[in-house]
Ligand binder design. Sequence first.
Ligand code: DX5
Ligand code: ZN
Length: 213
Amino acid sequence: MLVAPSILSADFGKLNDEIKAICEGGCDLVHVDVMDGHFVPNLTIGPVVVSAVAKVATKPLDIHLMVENNSFFVDLFAPLKPEYISFHIEEEKHPHRLIQKIRGLGIKPAITLNPHTPPESIEYLLEDLDMVLLMSVNPGFGGQKFIPSVVEKAKKLKELINKRNPNCLIEVDGGVNDKNIQELKNAGVDIVVAGSYVYGASDYSTAIKSLQI
Ligand code: DX5
Ligand code: ZN
């Protein structure tokens, strides 16, 4: 299991140290939550701050857009050369076109599904995707409770992926900790995002390693 700590739960007063600590602590990706105050009721960081993150991070960036007007935000973040950019299917009229745009910029495209959105809704996009991000909380805030139905959803998605594009990875985001990591692994999940579990721990490295099962 790969682990992408979400910097949303980091101490932004010492962001450089917080990024270094997870990278030296052995994380696989650095998860960046971009919220616009419209698609979700919270507002986070833009390219100015994320470029500072990119400078100090020694692991690839995983940018999770929670915004209206996805294409505009893709243009803002593409120069930072993230590994992945994911956008919410609930907010995109032309997902196939946006996937092509992201790939054309040399970035791996991913789609995010809110807790209510069925995996079948993106079946015919799977062959064009590198990753699907399943939300296991309602997007907008760190530190929320894990929604257990995501486990069944991950299993269904895994079946579709096996049929359509076995190279596509499954990522789960929200409320992930050492209690639910095994069932996520069993369901076929490849990457987990963990914010409060990692940044709330006294030793980030131990917390990260406890999820890398
Ligand atoms: C929620 C974000 C998550 C969040 C995860 O909208 O997408 O990445 O920061 O935080 P935890 O692990 O605390 O649920
Ligand atoms: Zn996220």
